[in-house]
Every structure is written in C-alpha cells, then in structure tokens.
Design a protein around this ligand. Structure first.
Ligand SMILES: C[S@@+](CC[C@H](N)C(=O)[O-])C[C@H]1O[C@@H](n2cnc3c(N)ncnc32)[C@H](O)[C@@H]1O
Length: 566
C-alpha cells in the first residue's frame, strides 16, 4: 500500500464498529493522550447507488433500476458515518445517481434524524471551477411507473416499499434544525430528462413531469431543509457523467435517540486472545531467529507455544462490545448475524494484527542497516497472526493508537491490510547476520534514515541490474562498484543510482534518490524488486521501453534469490 498511515477494512459501512472505551461522550471528548473512541476527522460516504448517472455509458440502467431500493442502505451508511465523525468534522455524501430518492431525500432524512447536531454546508465558494447545480427541494417519487407526490398517494400495498421519508414534505421529528420555507431554488435548473424529478419550473420544457403538473401546490410541498446547498453535477454540463455531493458538518455529538441504538453482543475475538497470540508469535520468532540457542532452550519455548496454542483453541472469552441496531434496515435476524460473525471468524482478513516486540531482533535490524534513532521501529512494527512474523509492516503513530484501542475493545475492527511492508524474513545460507531483509515497498520510507548497507552504482550498472537481476561482481562495468559489492558482508543492501548520474528529466519529476533493494550473495549482486517495479523504473527513469515483464514465478524467484538457493 506504500503508506504507514492506512488501515483497510471491509466492514459493511452501516455497521462499522464504534470501538469506544469511553462510557459516555464527556469521557470520549476529554483530552486523553490516547484516543478513547474511534472517531474520524473526515468521512467519505461514496455509497452504493443505482448508478443512473452513468447512463450515457451503461444504457441498460435505464430499464433496470429505479434506485428506491438503495434508499435505506444509503441512509444507514450515512448515519453511521455521522456517528463516527468527530465534532467539527466533515462528511461528504455522494452518489453517481440523479435520483433524488438516493440524493436529496437521503440528505433530508439525515438532517431530520440528527436535528441540530449537524448542518448541511454551503460549499458554493469551494472548488469554483467545478460546474454544478443546486440540489432539488421538490420531487415526486416513482414506483413501478406511477408517480407520487405525497406519501398519502401511495397505495397501501406499496407503503412498506415507498417510505414517508422519500417525500420532500415530511415533517421534522426533531426540534432545533433551522426550518426553511419552501422556495424554488430550481428556477435555473434545466434537465433534459428526469424520472423521479419534479422540477418546479414551467420553463423546463424538456422536463418529464411524469404526468403531474408543475403547480404551485408542489412548491408548498418542498423540503424545509436547505437542500439547494447540495451539488448536482449533470452530464450535459461538462460532457461527462452525473454526480451528487453533499457536505455535512458535525456540530455536536448525536444523542442516543438519534437513530443509533447500541446493544451488547458477544465478540468472538478478545483482547486475551490477541495477547496470547502475541506471546506465541514472540516465542516462535525468538526460537527461529536465535538459532544458535541450545536445543533444550528451543524445546522449552516450543512447548510453551504449543500450550498457548491449545489454550487458544479453547479460549472463547466473551467480550461484550458495541453493536449497532438499525430501526429501519434490519432485514436479517440475530442468528443470521451470528452466522455471519462465524463466517467472518474464518475469513483470512480477520487475523489479528500483532505488534512485533522482540527487542533483540529489532536491535539487530537497526544495527545491521544502521537505522537512525529518530526513526523508531519499536511499537511501529506489526505482523499478522498467521504469518509467523514472516513479514513486518510499519505503521504510523495514529495507526498504532487505533490498533491499541482495537485490542482493548476486543478487536471489533477486522483489518484486511495496513501499513507498509518493510521487512521480510529470509533464511539465507550466505551467513547473513540479520534475519530480515528490506522490502522494496518500505524502502522510500526507511531510506532517509539508513546509514549502512548502501552502495552507489553508475547508470550503466544500475540499468543492467534492473534488466538482468543477477550480476557477477566481476561483470560490473564499473570495476570499483564490483569491488565494493564484493567487500560488503553478505545480505540485504540498497543500491542507489549514483548522485549526479540521474537522467535530468526524471530528476525534475522526482528529486528523491533512485534506490533498489538487492541481495549481496556469494559472488553476485541480486535485485529483490518485482518485475513490475523494475519495468516501471526502467521505463520511467531510463526511458527503456523494451523491457519485458517476466512471468509470475519471478516473485518466488526473488525469495529464492534472497535465500541463496539461486
Ligand atoms: C459508488 S461505489 C464506491 C466507489 C469508490 N469510491 C471508488 O472510487 O472506487 C460504492 C461501493 O460500496 C460498496 N458497498 C456496497 N454495499 C456496501 C456496504 N453495505 N458497506 C460498504 N460498502 C458497500 C460497493 O461494493 C461499491 O464498491
């Protein structure tokens, strides 16, 4: 992923976990040095939608979908976004649909539900070059070809599908939100076609009003919210697709009645489980990395690890955690949800993230690569539980804080991937004194803090390394580079394109040094960079077009190169 500051999850957004240690809001907002609750400065809800804004390229959509079916999911996802947003934070709600039921209707419902806790921002002065039109304040709802102006018009048989919240005139159930008299913000609005739109402008000769006249009575049924602050990007303005954007600002915490009902559930994962896995992982690493230890010592460790492993199988510490219940969308029942949890339990991405805490191994890495103190590895390296610390990922302080919080709340966030891969374990037979090699992915982050294991190659040798991957020391064009390489201790190193030798054009584009991860073997220098990355370097840096990407086996070869078997 190439960034230490990222966690990827694939939760359903409407039930994204709360991760809170705070009993109430006052605690959550106290100035703790560590976060007490997972909250976001910014949230982007680019929600699932009918996609009718892409009609120009997907003609079939016209016949297939209405969009009404997405309404509740969209509301629930956005409500969850607001709940997880920091006070003072902003959330963008967007769709690639033109249907008000997926757009203004959702925004109006959010404003209704959250009362004075949020405001819809006027962003007309931002991104001025973006050609946009104001949001609608009146519309009709289409259901199977029939158009409805109010909920009362909907036949009883469809009242469970077409909801009151889909109509502009629904009254607010919350006090405190500024109420706007209905007004026609759409007088300049001119769309060539429309399905659920009922635009209150008789000048819109192209507007499909669905058989209902644009009378003043429609105006009086307009939304009371300032929905004109939403942005509509329409296909014919800039010869593209349609898009809808609303920016919401959180003013105060939501209260309990505002949609979110917290209920207690059992989480199959637990803090204890992770702590045990953590210990187990450390034992394995110690016993593998320090292979000069006595066998007996190793056996003792193994038996501890086995014991822990057996214990793990039995552990089902039931941790009570927050779960969110949705009043409108809850279609699945409780048992279904638990089945789902069981299923997720087996899912690979659920593997706990473990902090790598083995000080001896970390010290060894720091000393081998000469990593400066200002770049601290301690507390920033994580592994996955099934990986047995084969790969170590570097994470930023903010990610570390979230991981610690997540463990404390019983691992409610299921993490698919995170951080940047920085070190990989190798089993070289070359007599390398460090059990880990660098990963090319993490090189740009670490390189400025590295003081050892760096060689500088001429452009010709650098290019040859990229092209041929393995070069005998004696075969380098620059004999001095060959000597330097052969006098380096075996193991992982970094080869930098010699300063002053970079291609002028590429320096202008990116002045950072051009460096690759290599392995100093017995008699050869081997490049530990994937074919795709080598291709990119050759093409982008050297303008070398003829490079052919090798087949997939090459990644395995990289491991083999580092393990001395090639
Ligand atoms: C409009 S697309 C987002 C596109 C994305 N912003 C991008 O640039 O690639 C909506 C995405 O939401 C995903 N999705 C559908 N249901 C979801 C849910 N309940 N929670 C989270 N994501 C969901 C869909 O798979 C789809 O990828």
């Amino acid at each position: 992923m190439c960034t230490a500051n990222l966690i990827v999850t694939n939760h359903e957004a409407q039930s994204f976990p709360s991760c809170s240690l705070a009993k109430d809001d006052s605690e959550a907002y106290k100035d703790h040095c560590k976060p007490q609750r997972l909250e976001f400065d910014r949230v982007l809800c680019d929600v699932p939608c009918s996609g009718d804004g892409t009609l120009r390229k997907s003609h079939d959509l016209w016949r297939k979908c209405m969009g009404n079916e997405f309404h509740l999911l969209q509301v629930n996802i956005a409500m969850r976004g607001i709940a997880l947003l920091k006070v003072g934070g902003r959330m963008v709600y967007s769709t690639c649909s033109m249907n008000p039921v997926e757009n203004e209707v959702v925004v109006a419902e959010l404003l209704r539900r959250t009362g004075s806790s949020v405001e819809l921002l006027d962003v007309s002065n931002e991104l001025r070059e973006l050609v946009r039109r104001p949001g609608l304040s009146t519309w009709k709802v289409n259901d199977r070809g029939s158009w409805f102006q109010t909920y009362e018009d909907v036949p009883d048989s469809r009242k469970n599908i077409i909801l009151p919240s889909m109509f502009p005139s629904r009254t607010s159930i919350h006090e405190g939100h500024t109420v706007y008299n209905s007004f026609d913000v759409n007088s300049e609005y001119n769309v060539p076609f429309s399905r659920n739109f009922n635009i209150g402008d008789t000048n819109n000769v192209n507007c499909d009003t669905g058989g209902i006249s644009n009378s003043n009575s429609v105006q009086s049924l307009g939304s009371k919210f300032p929905l004109h602050r939403c942005m509509r990007i329409v296909p014919h303005d800039e010869d593209g697709g349609a898009f809808f954007i609303a920016v919401i600002h959180k003013l105060s915490p939501l209260n309990e009645n505002q949609v979110i009902k917290v209920r207690k559930t059992e989480n199959l994962l637990s803090t204890n489980r992770t702590v045990k896995l953590q210990e187990q992982c450390q034992h394995r690493i110690v016993s593998e990395a320090l292979d000069d230890k006595k066998l007996l010592d190793g056996q003792n460790k193994l038996s501890v690890a086995n014991q822990t492993s057996k214990d793990d199988n039995r552990i089902e510490v039931k941790v009570v955690s927050d779960d969110v219940e949705y009043s409108q969308t809850e279609s699945g029942d409780r048992s279904h949800r638990m089945d789902k949890l069981d299923y997720q339990h087996k899912w690979k991405g659920i593997d706990p993230v473990l902090f790598f805490k083995d000080e001896a191994v970390i010290k060894n890495i720091v000393s081998f690569f000469g990593i400066e103190e200002s770049f601290s590895l301690e507390g920033h390296l994580v592994t996955r539980s099934t990986d047995n610390a084969r790969r170590m990922y570097y994470v930023s302080k903010s990610v570390r804080d979230i991981l610690e919080l997540n463990v404390q709340v019983g691992e409610q966030i299921k993490i698919a991937s995170l951080g940047v891969k920085m070190f990989e374990r190798h089993r070289s037979k070359d007599g390398c004194s460090c059990a880990y090699r660098l990963s090319y992915e993490g090189l740009s982050l670490l390189f400025p803090y590295m003081r050892k294991r760096i060689l500088h190659a001429s452009p010709v040798d650098f290019q040859h390394l990229l092209q041929y991957r393995t070069i005998n020391f004696a075969c380098f064009a620059d004999a001095r580079f060959g000597e330097e390489a052969s006098s380096l201790m075996p193991g992982c190193c970094v080869v930098v394109l010699r300063e002053g030798c970079q291609v002028a054009d590429s320096i202008a584009k990116d002045p950072s040094p051009i460096a690759i991860v290599c392995w100093r073997g017995k008699a050869t220098m081997n490049v530990l960079v994937s074919p795709a990355d080598r291709k990119e370097l050759l093409e982008y840096r050297f303008g070398f077009k003829a490079f052919k990407v090798e087949d997939e086996k090459s990644n395995k070869e990289i491991d083999a190169l580092a393990e001395g078997s090639l």
